[in-house]
Ligand binder design. Structure first.
Ligand code: COA
Length: 345
């Protein structure tokens, strides 16, 4: 160990770290007006043991680095793995390049079978690659710049879509469980989406209010979608962005996705949104989005300005536990914290 290593302790966050954590975050987020309020709004505090690892310098005693992660369950070929999304990750500029970022990363990845990141800076990616994470793959956020109610026709077939606030959807848990048990094997790698997972993940948080759309055939629930209009910072202004935060549909039945998308667009337009975003890795759903005017960075000419709508998936897994091809992951904005941090000018 070098003297720098012994002076630095990488350890889980404890409640006594609250004040030093705020001090660290004021340095890391100087552009945020009310850091304390921002911190209060993070998902960290929903866990009895906040999912945070800190780097503490002993002399003078202060926190110089942080890694926050979102624990979840990843299901691959019928096997459930403990997993974490790697999210907030920083080391104070004066302390960078001394291996602290690598130690924070190892402290998280050693606790889970799978650790993944869906959006990261070049600096973070360099740390991950040094620790032998998979080469990253692009993940596309589609965006409709001018959504209209008439643009999506009802698909042929007997599909009925029911909408409710997630809060009042408690009775839907059994139908969502049923859907999950039918579809979990349809995608090689996916976050667990039982009824309890969905209802807990999308319970309202701060200004974030989610609506749950369920698509039914005469026999059963065949898919769901979760949406939310993004409330703007200034009071009274209508929401500008609408998010299709999450969905689960049979991969071979794009009509189910289309039926849900039609209702989702209508609902978001009712809320006043002017642009709609949807992250999708499922080929059949991507085709439905593209066919209905949703743009991706690869859309000829128009897509050029959407470069920031490409996110990047990289992960590390205990040997042999996941398909090597990361393109087989079913991902949505609700995975990782892309939904939580959504803010656009
Ligand atoms: C990403 C970050 C947390 C990594 O922390 P770190 O303590 O610097 O990481 P390490 O010391 O383990 O460095 C990892 C590699 O990056 C290099 N590196 C890190 N910071 C560097 C810098 N400022 N300049 C040049 N190289 C740097 C290190 O030298 C090392 O590579 P090497 O061992 O091959 O030389 C830190 O750079 C950071 O806070 N960056 C700004 C915020 C950010 O981008 N966060 C990620 C959000 S996803």
């Amino acid at each position: 160990m070098t003297p720098a290593d012994t002076d630095m302790l990488v350890r889980p966050y404890t409640h006594a770290d609250r004040a030093p954590l705020l001090e660290l975050l004021r340095e890391v987020w100087p552009h945020k007006r009310d850091v304390a309020a921002h911190v209060e709004d993070r998902w960290w505090w929903r866990h009895a043991g906040p999912p945070l690892v800190v780097a503490e310098q002993r002399e003078p005693r202060r926190l110089v680095g942080l890694c926050a992660y979102m624990p979840f369950t990843l299901v691959s070929r019928g096997t459930a793995h403990s997993a974490a999304w790697f999210v907030d990750f920083f080391v104070l500029p004066g302390c960078q390049g001394r291996g602290i970022g690598s130690r924070l990363t190892r402290a998280v990845q050693d606790r889970f079978a799978v650790t993944a990141s869906l959006s990261q800076t070049e600096m973070a990616y360099r740390v991950f690659r040094k620790l032998e994470w998979h080469e990253r793959m692009p993940v596309t956020i589609y965006m409709h710049p001018l959504p209209q109610r008439w643009m999506i026709r009802a698909p042929a077939g007997e599909y009925r879509v029911e909408t409710s606030d997630v809060e009042s959807a408690g009775g839907a848990a059994a139908a969502l469980d049923n859907l999950w048990s039918r579809l979990q094997g349809s995608y090689p790698v996916m976050a667990q989406r039982t009824g309890a997972d969905i209802l807990a993940r999308y319970a309202s948080q701060g200004a974030r209010r989610y609506q749950l759309l369920r698509c039914h055939t005469p026999r059963s629930c065949t898919g769901y979608m979760v949406v939310r209009p993004v409330q703007p910072m200034s009071d009274g202004a209508p929401p500008r962005d609408g998010l299709i935060v999450d969905y689960l549909v049979p991969p071979g039945e794009p009509a189910v996705f289309q039926a849900l998308l039609r209702e989702a667009v209508s609902l978001l337009l009712d809320a006043g949104v002017r642009r709609i975003y949807c992250l999708s890795t499922v080929p059949a759903c991507r085709r439905v989005l593209a066919r209905h005017g949703f743009l991706s960075p690869s859309t000829p000419v128009l897509g050029r300005r959407l470069r920031g709508n490409t996110k990047w998936l990289t992960f590390t897994a205990a040997a042999g536990s996941l398909p090597a091809d990361p393109a087989s992951w079913h991902l949505t904005l609700g995975d990782c914290d892309l939904d939580h941090v959504w803010h656009r000018p």
